[in-house]
Design a protein around this ligand. Sequence first.
Ligand SMILES: [Zn+2]
Length: 97
Amino acid sequence: MKEFVQDEQAYLQWATKYKDTGFILNVDEPQNVDDYPKLHLARYKCVTSPKKTNYTNNEYFKVCSESRAELEAWSKSKYGKELTLCGVCFRKELKRN
Ligand SMILES: [Zn+2]
């Protein structure tokens, strides 16, 4: 599991490397958004388009892993929160199966 804070380049490199298997957690700090941390799937490029450049800056950072369970446990222990699943990524995932 890796945290990317103010490091767009390293984050996008991870997202490219694990584009088929990666899970990406979008986190805001401080916690202002109710449905964050939000879980995305790297394969849908929802939060990895190189056109945007604000993934790990300001109030946002990313926690990345190939294990969804690991991210769920991280969110539970850090914020006491369940993960919200990204509607876009997981709708595509359902259609695929
Ligand atoms: Zn998504």
